[in-house]
Ligand binder design. Sequence first.
Ligand SMILES: [Zn+2]
Ligand SMILES: [Zn+2]
Length: 338
Amino acid sequence: MYRSESGFLNKINGDIVIKNYEIPEPADDEVTVEQKYSGVCFRDILTKQGFFPRVALPIIPGHEIGGTVIKKGKNVTSVNTGDRVSSLIYVPCGKCEFCSTGQENLCPNKKSFGEALNGGYSKYVNVSTDSLVRVPAGVPEEAIPIAACVTAMLVHAIVKMGKIKKGDNVLITGAGGGVGVHAIQIVKAFGGHPIAETSSQWKEDELYKLGAEHIVHANDDFNTDVKKLGGADIVLEDVGILTFNKSLRSLKTGGRMIVIGNLNPEPVSLPLGLIILKGNTIKGSITSTKEDLKMALDLNASGNVKPVIGKKIGINEINRTYDDMLARKIFGRVLIEY
Ligand SMILES: [Zn+2]
Ligand SMILES: [Zn+2]
């Protein structure tokens, strides 16, 4: 029997309420994972704000999950107690056309942690083995919960969708955020040249330290600056309407824009002539597969990608931390420590 202080979202726009919670036995195909850390994501705030109307309330929020297996359901053979595991942010159905071709990130029947299933704001979480990847030696504990939502999501976007090659210029918008700081490292690891766009001057030194080769600013016509550097082979667009047009104009002929985030739900305008003339591609990229997650953990194990953690908090500090995240006061990701 395992109990811990766990966070609950009981109603939309309500605070996260901390409760002493006893986790149920794992189902036949699940394991109970003991977490040292779980991740806090901007998506958790959007869930609280009612952005995902189908959230099954009350729920334990959080989809950034990983740790050590401490108990197995009776059909589990793929992992053992004592194994370190990292979880996808969802449970795939395993049966659809996408799941059967290694594209489970596109599964229309997937169930997301923290929205359809109880999630990570708890020391103990039950997770289906369909979502789990074993963590190799050498991966720091802090990297485990954020691997699927951050590192592997970026591997999917930069490597699979963007098809990065050595020497590619990669413009990363919103580079000072928790996603961007990892994107810089992944671009570097694959031999690309990261160009970081940020609106926060105080983050610039840190961005250079992480490997950014140039920094451009959202308020300027940064497409002119990127053009001077030869243009972008890939844009990783993580902001939306504020940067989209300049990002598009930063692409060189044959360039790829991979859209991974959208801070503001306003639609953007799309100059069709421009993308036709330059043969540009715009693709959306959504979350990660188990294959991406394995690749991400290998990048962590080799030390090529290090987790950038801005703050470790106790579960009791979660509501205050949401305010800090909304005010963009934190550089890097936030972890809850148990
Ligand atoms: Zn996340
Ligand atoms: Zn499926």
